[in-house]
Design a protein around this ligand. Structure first.
Ligand code: SF4
Ligand code: SF4
Length: 292
């Protein structure tokens, strides 16, 4: 069957995940553990423990044995009402509503949408944890007469190594990279990881002309944007003019744990931040459409 991906969700049409209209593939699994994560059930891989089975009110979940005799969670999407009780039951940060797709199956799905989209975006979780699948998929798209016009983009936390980026670079049209904090210790506090590789990824992608967008997260009193605004603006103004600078306002939607107690970011706070960056020469700013 070739390379297979573990997929949390596929959105056939999106206009906020890269340029134009795009099919977006959300892969399961992440190497960050962000306190502010809006989709924490995408972080871990399901280990088929079965804890969620009995909690499903419509019996859409069952535990079967696979060919090797190992337990395997089975999700019946026809029965599922998307109540998400299983997500709140899961002791990990996972979901039983996960599917495996081969490259061929994904191409078939993309072909069904091809007349309505400009490209595809692979997101997550952290997309690049399943890099071999992404490379095969992008290669196949670029080699297909009927799909090669589609742009292939990655939405990433930027933690991929330079070697990884170099492997996918020939087939990559652009990347959206999150910079969740400027200072290493704040980044580590929010995500559980340092931000050295994030800066390396940004530098490499910018040099290759493949950095479509950098995303800055603003969490009032937690982010270091206020104290580091001069350094951040200096950094942003050195990026190519074409790079979009997207400001993300922290909200509580989907968030669990201590981050539920953090202040959310208002439109006024976003506008003030945007003004401070603009005063310091940062252009190409993109602000949120909604504050929920
Ligand atoms: S989201 Fe679907 S599978 Fe999960 S508990 Fe609700 S009905 Fe069951
Ligand atoms: S989704 Fe969570 S609770 Fe359900 S089987 Fe997988 S690991 Fe267990």
């Amino acid at each position: 069957m070739g390379r297979v991906a573990t997929v949390n969700q596929i959105i056939p049409f999106s206009c906020v995940d890269g340029p134009g209209s795009r099919l977006v593939i959300f892969l399961q699994g992440c190497n960050f553990n962000c306190k502010n994560c809006h989709n924490p059930y995408t972080i871990d891989m399901c280990d088929s423990c079965g804890d969620c089975v009995a909690t499903c009110p419509v019996n859409a979940l069952s535990l079967n044995l696979d060919k090797q005799g190992k337990s395997k969670i089975v999700w019946d999407s026809d029965k599922c009402t998307q109540c998400d009780i299983c997500l709140s039951t899961c002791p990990k940060q996972s979901s039983p509503k996960i599917r495996q797709y081969s490259v061929e199956q994904m191409l078939e799905l993309i072909r069904r949408q091809v007349h309505f989209i400009n490209g595809i975006t692979v997101s997550g979780g952290e997309a690049t944890l399943q890099l071999p699948f992404i490379i095969e998929l992008f290669q196949a798209i670029k080699a297909s007469d009927d799909l090669s016009h589609l742009s292939c983009m990655i939405d990433s936390n930027g933690y991929l190594t330079e070697g990884g980026w170099q492997q996918v670079m020939p087939y990559l049209d652009g990347a959206m990279i999150d910079l969740k904090s400027w200072q290493e210790h704040t980044h580590r506090y929010i995500t559980g990881r340092d931000n050295h590789r994030v800066f390396s990824s940004l530098k490499l992608l910018a040099a290759e002309g493949k950095l479509y967008e950098i995303r800055l997260l603003y969490i009032p009193k937690i982010s270091d944007i206020d104290s580091e605004v001069n350094a951040i603006a200096g950094y942003l103004t050195q990026l190519p003019d074409s790079v979009r600078v997207k400001l993300n306002a922290f909200q509580h939607h989907g968030v669990t744990g201590e981050a539920r107690l953090w202040d959310t970011c208002s439109e006024q706070q976003m506008l003030e931040l945007a003004a401070r960056l603009t005063e310091r020469g940062v252009g190409n700013l993109v602000l949120p459409n909604v504050y929920l």
